[in-house]
Design a protein around this ligand. Structure first.
Ligand code: PEP
Length: 249
């Protein structure tokens, strides 16, 4: 069975400053280890400072287009040239606030890989979808949009982040068992197309992860780390979450 890499990723959303880069990079550099990949996703202007601090860096989105007349957008090649290695695609706030469709998210995923960035595909159901028993249907469609555009092999150089929308920024976390069940569904779905790829695929959980609940979540067999929002802005919480991911593979 393929060994999967554990990852803890911090999504700063529209928060942060040069001061936070200093604080968080010192904290992350103090807990770095071969056992886990730690990646921070600051707002675009802070990318160079974070790269210079030695922390693995990603961006929160990218344009699906190649350079041209797209005011306010940021090109993937520029992100890569600045030293970022990862990019979030399809975060639920991008899907809901900026109306990014599954097709747009798949186009962004493709553009990231075109320049050698690793996309982290964010998927997850809303509260009403969960209440109506549509979780599996929704996450399957979000993954299928990428597979239909690029083929299942494209998932090999990617990470998936399962983030139930009802758990993001709400303080309501999926229970470890609830999250594990969806992670297993995702891995089994991909395994039906390519078993080796599925076994090697890192699948993160996101949604109100903190230093109190991370250990049990990360101990689940199909949860390979976390995508952390609010708690990634606090050095103590984030380093505690990173430490709880060590030794969980
Ligand atoms: C996120 O932004 O992806 C996230 C999971 O946020 P939070 O941890 O604050 O719920």
């Amino acid at each position: 069975m393929a060994i999967r890499k554990t990852m803890v990723a911090g999504n700063w959303k529209m928060n942060g400053s040069l001061e936070l880069v200093t604080q968080l990079s010192n904290a992350v550099n103090s807990v770095k280890s071969n056992e886990i990949d730690i990646v921070l996703f600051p707002p675009f202007p802070l990318v160079p400072a974070l790269v210079d601090s030695g922390v693995t860096t990603g961006t929160q989105t990218l344009s699906e287009n190649t350079p041209g007349a797209f005011t306010g957008e940021v090109d993937a090649q520029l992100i890569k040239d600045l030293g970022a290695e990862y990019v979030l695609v399809g975060h639920s706030e991008r899907r809901s606030i900026y109306k990014e469709s599954n097709a747009t998210v798949a186009a962004k995923f493709a553009r990231a890989q075109q320049v050698g960035l690793t996309p982290i595909l964010c998927i997850g159901e809303s509260e009403s979808e969960q209440e109506n028993g549509q979780t599996e249907h929704v996450v399957a469609a979000q993954i299928d949009a990428v597979i239909e555009k690029l083929g299942v092999a494209a998932l090999k150089h990617s990470v998936i982040a399962y983030e139930p929308v009802w758990a993001i920024g709400t303080g309501k976390t999926a229970s470890p068992e609830q999250a594990q069940a969806v992670h297993k569904f995702i891995r089994d779905k991909i395994a039906s197309l390519d078993s080796d790829l599925a076994q090697g695929l890192t699948i993160l959980y996101g949604g109100s992860v903190n230093e109190k609940n991370s250990e049990l979540l990360f101990a689940q067999p199909d949860i390979d780390g976390g995508l952390i929002g609010g708690a990634s802005l606090k050095a103590d919480s984030f380093t505690a979450i990173c430490n709880s991911a060590k030794g969980t593979v």
